[in-house]
Ligand binder design. Structure first.
Ligand SMILES: Cc1ncc(COP(=O)(O)O)c(C=O)c1O
Length: 456
């Protein structure tokens, strides 16, 4: 197993030395200004725009069917009654809703968050909940408080692009562990832990999305959950469980959270997919010793999360049947998933494989040997369909034969049309490969369909 290359760092020392030499040449006391870009901290070298963000501009043109972004579909939200909640919130609680609040979050909301997590089998104390600006912020803060430059973080391969962004920003080295159709493979996790341990490396944590994975769409089998926790415990590795899609199962089943087996698991939750992503309300549930440090980190980032949106979420949970709203969302997503699966079956050329997600937003597609999904993307956008190529979901350049299709946002008709266009692009690409041969890219196809022993 090889660790991925460290991100390239800007040569700050050389620019400073060059500036000093210039200053010396210019005479005593002279200051030769460095360009702002030469003053960036070394760690910013890992901060690059995600492929997905770069895509948003083109993919959001109306003529393009975007199967790229993972935007929740909010059409089913009861906007009129939410408007009344907003008005009442300002009217009755305006002075606190518009004021700074506690760095840990509004106490009543933290109690309600515990009630939400009970659905996943979690028994939690509201004192251990830290409300954040989306769960993305919790992810970033946890990385900030645990990861030193060069530390190893384990993550599924592929993994959530926002998590990879935070890990890169704090100069973590990500070691991917492959999944199959039942999620993270315990044997491969064991191999990775053993191999790292032989080299004296204890990863800082395992970052995992057990339910309706982004981007792979798979769910961790129940019998694997205790095994994965036991392995991590044995090798002294913390577990960070990220579960924004857990309640969005298509058959109504809510899978038991890893945190429900083990109170030491650091759990991340969010109202982005079950209510409204624009409110930016997420949370972390962590043991008390971690909580205190996390609150300090949160305070230094934002002083406190927005009181207004927290109080709005709290009112929504008190006054609305949020469980049935989640059911409505899931039904909408299920209808879209079905449209996508039917279109894939109808239009996609021989040699493509994909998974059947039981919840969430995503299908993960593997294309035939020789087709490079990143290179194909501009041609797809020209054909008015966008997707997210697989390489964005790996820290180490793999995934060129994979792509993520999101079924969450477009209508079923648009999804069908998008897949039809994608199939035509793929056919043309495969024609080129058949005519000119397969470009040699050994080993650059690490996917959920066929995990190989070298996948750590
Ligand atoms: C796996 C995963 N974790 C975290 C997030 C961030 O969610 P939030 O909107 O709560 O910041 C997302 C958003 O897409 C996600 O897919």
């Amino acid at each position: 197993m090889t660790l991925p290359d460290r991100p390239q760092q800007p040569d700050v020392r050389r620019s400073a030395a060059a500036a000093a030499a210039q200053a010396a040449a210019a005479g005593e006391g002279a200051v030769v200004p460095l360009a702002p870009t030469e003053r960036f901290a070394t760690r910013t070298a890992g901060m690059t725009a995600s492929e997905i963000r770069a895509l948003f501009a083109v993919a959001s043109r109306p003529e393009v069917v975007s199967l790229a972004g993972g935007m929740p579909n909010l059409a089913a939200l009861p906007l009129q009654s939410l408007a009344r909640e907003v008005a009442e919130l300002v009217d009755t609680d305006g002075m606190s809703a518009l004021q700074y609040g506690s760095a840990q979050g509004v106490p009543q909301l933290r109690e309600q968050i515990c009630e939400v997590m009970r659905e996943e089998g979690i028994e939690a104390d509201p004192n251990d909940v830290v409300v954040t600006v989306g769960s993305q912020m919790a992810l970033d803060l946890l990385t900030r408080i645990f990861v030193d430059p060069g530390d190893v973080v384990l993550a599924e391969g592929p993994s959530y692009v926002g998590a990879l962004g935070s890990f890169a920003a704090y100069q973590a080295q990500v070691v991917h562990v492959a999944m199959d159709e039942h999620g993270l493979v315990p044997e491969l996790l064991h191999e990775a832990l053993e191999s790292l341990s032989r080299r004296g490396i204890v990863p800082k944590f395992l970052y995992t999305i057990p339910n309706f994975h982004n981007p792979a769409g798979v769910t961790l089998a129940h019998e694997r959950r205790p095994r994965i926790l036991e392995l991590c415990r044995r090798y002294g590795v913390m577990v960070v469980e990220d579960n924004p899609y857990g309640m969005l199962g298509f058959d109504g089943e809510v899978h038991p959270a890893l945190r429900s087996y083990d109170p030491d698991v650091l759990y991340l939750g969010s109202f982005s997919k079950t209510f409204a992503s624009g409110l930016r309300v997420g949370w972390a549930l962590v043991p008390p010793l971690v909580r205190d440090r996390l609150v300090l980190a949160a305070e230094s980032a934002t002083l406190c999360p927005p009181s207004f949106t927290q109080m709005l979420v709290s009112r929504y949970l008190s006054h609305h049947d949020w469980r049935s709203q989640i059911k409505t969302f899931s039904e909408n997503y299920r209808e879209r998933r079905d449209a996508m699966l039917a279109a894939l079956e109808t239009y996609l050329p021989e040699g493509c494989t994909w998974n059947v997600p039981d919840g969430g937003f995503f299908v993960w597609l593997t294309v035939p040997e020789g087709v490079d999904t990143k290179a194909m993307l501009p041609r797809a956008v020209t054909a008015r369909v966008a997707y997210a190529s697989g390489t964005g979901f790996y820290a180490d350049g793999f995934g060129s034969r994979q792509l993520r299709l999101s079924f969450c946002f477009p209508t079923p008709e648009r999804i069908t049309e998008g897949v039809r266009r994608l199939a035509a692009v793929l056919e043309a690409e495969m024609d080129v490969v058949r005519t000119f041969g397969t470009p040699a890219r050994p080993g650059l196809t690490r996917g959920t369909q066929s995990p190989s022993p070298d996948t750590t």
